[in-house]
Design a protein around this ligand. Sequence first.
Ligand SMILES: Cc1cc2nc3c(=O)[nH]c(=O)nc-3n(C[C@H](O)[C@H](O)[C@H](O)COP(=O)(O)O)c2cc1C
Length: 174
Amino acid sequence: MSEAATDSPVLKAILERRSIRHFTEASVARGLVLEALKAASWAPSGLNNQPWRFGLIRDDDLKARLGGLTRYTNVIKSASVLVTFFLDKDSSYDHVKDCQAVGASIQNFLLAVHARGLGAVWIGEILKNKDEIQRLLELPDRLELMAVVAVGHPAHRSQTSHRRPVEELVLFEK
Ligand SMILES: Cc1cc2nc3c(=O)[nH]c(=O)nc-3n(C[C@H](O)[C@H](O)[C@H](O)COP(=O)(O)O)c2cc1C
């Protein structure tokens, strides 16, 4: 990434955001969650159908139950708030495109959380138990769980990640 590119706050946030899996006990203000959800809701969607829906979970008992449905138990339990992302099938027009749109909204959410100095991780592994979560949260069938995102104040920022060089990923340039 060139110097000019990292001068951009948007590109800087994209490059600097990391998945955060260790949180302090500090609570995340509701206003910051709603601000990040607003960013999520400004993701692009096919026909602008905005198929995403959100849920917020702070209840310790509920967090413990959800924690029992994933191997990321401690991440789920130690997060200040869990944000569930759903695809609303009643708003859907094309399943693949709608899943892509919800994914875009999750990325917007992660970047907004990062921009406020908070941390988050996208938990997809828990989807293996999505039917049980559907019952636990008493959700109507029209809501399809796409992800649970754990949000909190980062306990540290020492996590690293890597990406393959872009040159390896560009398959052709005709
Ligand atoms: C669809 C999807 C599912 C993921 N599921 C999990 C998960 O279940 N548990 C977890 O700790 N991280 C999960 N992650 C986060 C990835 O592990 C992480 O984004 C990747 O290792 C790159 O690290 P970074 O986000 O710090 O750049 C998921 C990410 C995506 C996009």
